[in-house]
Design a protein around this ligand. Structure first.
Ligand code: S3P
Length: 175
C-alpha cells in the first residue's frame, strides 16, 4: 500500500499524466492532475483561462488547486503541471507534503516530437521549439531542487519509467 503521495513533476509533455495514471492503477490509489483541478475551480478550460484572463490568473488558480490537492493527506498519485514549480509558495506546498517527488526529465528536442500542441497548452502555440527550450532553461533547476528521484525519460518507455518509480517507492518504504 502507498504510504505517501507520489508527485510527478517535469516539463509539459514529459509523460506525467500517462505515467501517473498507470502508477495509480498499479498502486490501487487515486490519480489527480492539477490541470483538472484548475478546470474544476474555474469552471472553464485551461485554454479559456489563459485567453480570457491571462497567465497570472491561471497561475493563481494553479496555486489554489495545489493547496486543495495537498490539503487532503490520503496517499495518491499527483501530476503537477509543468509550470507549477515556478511559484516559491507552490514549491513549499509540495515539499511540506512529504510526498515522493519524481521528475520526469526529458530534453526539449524530444518533447517537441512528443507534445500535442493545442488543447490545454496555449503557451506552446507560437514557436514551440523555442518555448520548450526556454521553459527547460528556466525550470530545470527548480525540478532538480524538488526531486527525490530524477528519471531520464528521454526514451519513451512508459513501462520502464513506471517500474523505476515503483522500485524507488518500495525501497523508500522499506527503510
Ligand atoms: C503549463 C503546462 C500545462 C498547463 C498549462 C501551462 C506550463 O500542463 O498547466 O498549459 O507552464 O508548463 P502540462 O504540464 O500537464 O502539460
Amino acid at each position: 500500500m502507498l504510504t505517501r503521495s507520489i508527485v510527478l513533476i517535469g516539463l509539459t509533455g514529459s509523460g506525467k499524466t500517462t505515467v501517473g495514471k498507470r502508477l495509480a492503477k498499479q498502486l490501487n490509489c487515486s490519480f489527480i492532475d492539477s490541470d483538472d483541478v484548475v478546470l474544476q475551480l474555474a469552471g472553464k478550460s485551461v485554454r479559456d483561462i489563459f485567453e480570457q484572463q491571462g497567465e497570472q490568473a491561471f497561475r493563481d488558480l494553479e496555486s489554489r488547486a495545489l493547496e486543495a490537492i495537498f490539503a487532503d493527506h490520503s496517499p495518491k498519485v499527483i501530476a503537477a503541471a509543468g509550470g507549477s514549480v515556478l511559484a516559491e509558495s507552490n514549491r513549499q506546498v509540495i515539499t511540506n507534503s512529504d510526498s515522493t517527488v519524481v521528475w520526469l526529465d526529458v530534453e526539449p528536442s524530444n518533447l517537441l516530437r512528443r507534445v500535442t500542441v493545442g488543447s490545454h497548452r496555449p503557451l506552446l502555440d507560437g514557436d514551440t521549439s523555442a518555448t520548450l527550450t526556454a521553459m527547460s532553461a528556466e525550470r530545470r533547476s527548480l525540478y532538480a531542487q524538488l526531486a527525490d528521484l530524477q528519471i531520464d525519460a528521454n526514451v519513451h518507455d512508459i513501462n520502464q519509467v513506471v517500474r523505476t518509480v515503483l522500485d524507488h517507492v518500495a525501497k523508500r518504504d522499506n527503510k
